[in-house]
Design a protein around this ligand. Structure first.
Ligand code: FRU
Length: 518
């Protein structure tokens, strides 16, 4: 049965079609503007209505696909369906109609997609090229969550539910968010999903994507609280050494993140196709992001073979206030795509994230480039170059010297600023959004979010500011802080600050970035 036709019957068809067509016409009009207050200009947002998790990230036949948790009927969570957009660079997205709509008996929760290259599923219909896209999503009923398969033979434009769904069922109400990966060592697919309330990841395997066998599980240490959602599993070389590879098990935790509410945890260890063994000491809780707005990550499957990167995206919000963020027309956004690697640090192996290099194509104009100047000289140069704006990329190396605190004030205006600071004494980087603009829509929103950095007298920052989104990559991606902000349009100032006249700006480059929606 065609998923996209499922909800409509008989006389209801004409009314439903009319509603759909007018909703889509509205969406297209909204897409033309893509310029409402706080609408990010180089991050993905849907034309209208609510989004949360990125789903089914996959590359196939020249296109990157972004499916995403979507409520086509409103700006709050509900009626979950898979929205859809495609891109040729993971930055410029073209919106497509809803890929998998809510069914009468269940919503379409998070999941993943892979390419079935050689028709192992028997569901690919093109004889000349026997490959197709397979999605596995959670069919979330009132008291039961199970995993369904859908397939597409037209590059993800239309999806058909597999006739023998579900493909995985543990008869549990919290079994969800299947992430399917290709496990090369045994030439099979592995699916990792969660039993959310038990904080347990479960591993299945399959040779045809339709029959899945439960092979193992991984549980949180005693004392772990909250739910586990949206797991992921991938192997990366440590410091690029192919002889030293480790597996990363990602679980998104709700709540309990460092900045409060929801956040992305990970474990580093080994995986044998059935069992994950954690090698991170239990005393170390590893988090991918120390801002308050990075959750429900999903990594791309089947990137072109000439591209060795592992790339993921996350939803830049927090379940504490996701339904209350002060945007109209649409609500929710996806992060920049980030390339992942592992590095050995003094206290262990850690995940490192960098914005994908394709972001360099967003640079419209370089405002200035400075080397080794004082803060006041840098400020004068910024003034002369009239550096301001709400879509900026900043690369900076700061040497505070004797300063207790040094940093940047972003989106500065009357009574408003977002502080990005470094306190070398306490080895701490922070984003303070308590006075960033509109903060009163949720008591959990205003705040100061911090991350610790290694012992160093210098700090390297790579910052992407996109109207209401701030992503800060610290020390080449050793730490990341992602935070949404809602400043006044007129708050477009930027300043450097330090409490010591001896602080140096070792380097500073600032670009104005362009919109992907025009
Ligand atoms: C994570 C999550 C997932 C679920 C989806 C529902 O944000 O709660 O566990 O599949 O959102 O929209």
């Amino acid at each position: 049965m065609k998923v996209s036709n499922m909800a409509f019957r008989g006389a209801a068809i004409s009314l439903a079609t009319l509603l759909l067509v007018s909703a889509w016409a509205f969406a297209l009009r909204a897409q033309k503007s893509y310029d409402e207050p706080w609408r990010p200009q180089f991050h993905f947002t849907p034309p209208k209505d609510f989004t949360n998790d990125p789903n089914g990230l996959v590359f196939y036949k020249g296109e990157y696909h972004l499916f995403y948790q979507y409520n086509p009927q409103g700006t709050e969570w509900g009626h979950m369906s898979w929205g859809h957009a495609v891109s040729t660079d993971m930055l410029h997205w073209k919106n497509l109609p809803v890929a998998i709509p809510e069914a009468p008996e269940y919503m379409i929760y998070s999941g993943s997609a892979v390419v079935d290259w050689h028709n192992a599923s028997g569901l690919c219909t093109d004889r000349a090229d026997p490959s197709c896209l397979i999605a596995v999503y959670t069919a979330a009923g009132a008291n039961l969550q199970r995993q369904n398969l859908a397939f597409s033979n037209d590059k993800g434009r239309t999806w058909t539910d597999y006739a023998r769904n579900p493909v995985a069922d543990l008869k549990q109400p919290d079994f969800r968010d299947p992430k399917v990966i290709w496990y090369e060592a045994e030439k099979k697919w592995v699916m990792v999903a969660v039993l959310a309330d038990e904080r347990k990841a479960v591993f299945f395997d399959s040779h045809d994507l339709k029959t899945w066998a439960l092979r193992g599980s991984f549980e949180a240490a005693a004392g772990e609280k909250g739910q586990w959602e949206c797991p992921d599993l991938f192997e990366l070389a440590v410091d690029g050494n192919p002889a030293n590879k480790k597996w990363v098990l990602v679980v998104n935790r709700n709540p309990g993140a460092p900045a409060g509410g929801t956040g992305t945890r990970y474990f580093v260890g080994s995986f044998d196709g059935a069992r994950f063994v954690n090698e991170t000491p239990e005393t170390q809780e590893l988090w991918a992001d120390y801002g308050k707005d990075f959750y429900a990550t999903n990594s791309f499957a089947d990137l072109p073979s000439k591209d060795p990167r592992k790339i993921w995206m996350g939803w830049i919000s927090n379940w504490q206030y996701a339904n209350r963020e002060p945007t109209a027309v649409w609500r929710g956004a996806q992060s920049l795509p980030r390339a992942l690697s592992l590095s050995q640090f003094p206290d262990g192996i850690r995940l490192v994230q960098k914005p994908i290099s394709e972001t360099q194509g967003l640079r419209e104009r370089e405002f200035l480039e400075l080397t080794n100047v004082s803060v006041s000289t840098a400020m004068q140069a910024m003034h002369l170059a009239n550096v301001r704006g709400d879509m900026l990329e900043i690369e900076a190396e700061l040497a505070p010297g004797e300063a207790k605190e040094m940093g940047l004030r972003l989106r500065k205006g009357a009574g408003e600023e977002t502080i990005l600071g470094f306190k070398p004494g306490s080895k701490e980087v922070f984003v303070d959004r308590t006075r960033s603009g509109e903060v009163g829509f949720a008591p959990e929103f205003p705040g100061r979010h911090k991350a610790s950095v290694g012992e160093s007298s210098q700090l390297k920052l790579h910052v992407f500011l996109d109207r209401s989104s701030l992503e800060v990559f610290v020390n080449d991606g050793e730490r990341v802080l992602t935070d949404r902000i809602y400043p006044a349009v007129s708050s477009d100032g930027i300043e450097l600050y330090s409490d010591s006249a001896k602080s140096r700006v070792l380097s500073l480059t600032i670009w104005k970035l362009g919109s992907v929606w025009r």
